[in-house]
Design a binder for this molecule. Sequence first.
Ligand code: COA
Length: 333
Amino acid sequence: MDIKVKIKGTGIYAPKKVVTNFDLEKIVETSDEWIFERTGIKQRHICSTEGGEWPSDMAYHATLDALKAANLEPNDIDMILFASVTPDHKLPNTACILQQKLGITNKCAALDIAAACSGFVYGLNMATGLIKMGAIKNALIIGSEMLSREINWKDRNTCILFGDGCGVAIVGANEDASDSSDVLSLHLGADGKGKEFFDQPVGGAVEPITPTHIEESSHFMQMKGREMFKVATRTLAENARIVLDRADEKLENVDWLIPHQANVRIIETTGKLLGIDPEKVIINIDKYANTSAATVPIAMHEAITDGRIERGQLLLLDAFGAGLTTGATLLRY
Ligand SMILES: CC(C)(COP(=O)(O)OP(=O)(O)OC[C@H]1O[C@@H](n2cnc3c(N)ncnc32)[C@H](O)[C@@H]1OP(=O)(O)O)[C@@H](O)C(=O)NCCC(=O)NCCS
């Protein structure tokens, strides 16, 4: 029997501190006009470094809202998939930290996913497989990032682009025969050839951080923006076609495209390549900037709570990120 998979509840957490483009004008040579024209970003949220807004804390708050929306208890969760490139610690994984914060005592599986901006979609698709084979009933998928820790705030090529935040979704078996909610098709992939387009080689086993790295600020994230731009548009458009083909669906039937929010021009170019009505594309990069694994669930949650996304509609989630990783999901909400 085919088990249907439903998004039962979502939640987000945006750190309290907001940093506008005008604030950035004071620390690097840039302007609100340049940032907005080239990226669509107006502001970003930044986590407190005093505590209370670590990636696991943001996920905790967002999950409480998602549980409420799903009408579930913490112990109903059978698996936690925590997508982040900025985990709380190296060990233990942040999924385990979150399990404990949520008071989950059922010993559910807890795993971190390192797939950069595609991490949430990776988690959603992997959980879908496990639910459809009957191995688990409910999974908590998280994208939670504190990128402000890994950004060189003196580098205008990167610091203007990113923000902190968290989005989560609880997905589970849909046992109601009259309910059409289901994941219809999915795609996951990666191309390691593009690894140098967006990386952070210092700080791992190969090259631990030394005082020299800190002096030279070479331990932060580094990006080749133009290369990422080109790959991103091509990949997002390809992904959308793949999941539509796999589900034998037509683009015109998609109610909402929810793309990774890296740059509004990437999103618009992807939309044009696909030929989708711009009104059907969810964009909120102006408020949050690029929050990596969190952009897709934050955008989806906002559109659900403000009433744009309704039950029964066809959603296409589409992401790409460092690696280069990529993934898409076509689902009936
Ligand atoms: C980074 C990005 C916004 C740069 O936009 P762009 O239009 O490609 O801009 P360029 O890099 O060509 O730079 C154009 C000029 O603006 C300057 N510039 C770069 N950053 C600037 C900033 N923050 N403020 C003002 N000027 C800036 C450059 O130095 C360059 O000046 P020059 O022409 O005198 O050399 C864009 O390439 C991008 O968004 N790429 C994708 C990034 C991405 O997706 N990353 C994450 C993937 S998950």
